[in-house]
Write a protein that binds this ligand. Structure first.
Ligand code: ADP
Length: 200
């Protein structure tokens, strides 16, 4: 990139000369930089620097990944489930957040592990208290849709200091908006994506 910036337009032969490499050895690097839009190749003229940086390439890549591609399977419960059974569920399913549905199967709330810890360390009878009483309720939930980007989801997790976001599909019913849960994005989902991108 530095060589092209200094001496554009420059042919691949000239770049290879400067680096004391063969053109064939250089070809994969040049094609990656061209595909990423960092270099522009003009036939019989040579390579130009487009002004785009590796950072803008990375941020565009992250913004182009949709929630739909990375979402994980959500574990859902209903509002009547006891706090005790919800805690058992948390361990059985090996998750940190449970999403709560109302009688019609629409998203009504969620409980995080800290919500469950908080109630469990008090004097309440966790066998009797239903999840509906302690959950964080709609419309206070931070949600994400399948069309939003992985970056949007990660941003919401950081900004709102939460571990998980329900992925929702909006449905209009008698002028009311209902939310169906179609997935989840959690800190784990984003970490997995980060590892995958690092492997490219
Ligand atoms: P933990 O309690 O396991 O650290 P969170 O940091 O996710 O989990 O939760 C902190 C608080 O925010 C909890 O009271 C929880 O109910 C609430 N919360 C968690 N996720 C969301 C969300 N997506 N939208 C709104 N509130 C949430």
């Amino acid at each position: 990139m530095d060589i092209v910036k200094e001496s554009e337009p420059i042919t691949s032969e000239q770049i290879a000369d400067k680096l004391k490499l063969t053109r064939a050895a250089l070809r994969p690097d040049l094609s990656v930089l061209t595909m990423a839009g960092i270099l522009d190749a003009r036939p019989r003229v040579g390579y130009f620097y487009t002004g785009r940086t590796m950072n803008s390439f990375i941020s565009e890549k992250i913004a182009s990944i949709k929630v739909d591609e990375i979402k994980a399977v959500p574990i859902v419960i209903n509002e009547e489930l006891s706090v005790y059974d919800a805690i058992v569920m948390l361990f059985l399913e090996d998750v940190g957040t449970l999403f709560v549905l109302d009688g019609d199967g629409n998203l009504s709330g969620l409980v995080s592990r800290k919500d469950l810890l908080k109630i469990a360390i008090g004097n309440a009878d966790i066998h009797k208290i239903p999840i509906g009483v302690i959950m964080t309720r709609m419309p206070n939930l931070i949600t994400v849709t399948t069309e939003e980007s992985a970056y949007d989801a990660a941003r919401k997790i950081v900004d709102h200091q939460v571990d998980a976001l329900p992925v929702v599909k909006l449905e209009k019913e008698n002028k009311q908006t209902k939310y169906k849960v179609v997935g989840k994005v959690t800190k784990t989902t984003i970490t997995k994506l980060f590892v995958e991108l690092g492997n490219l």
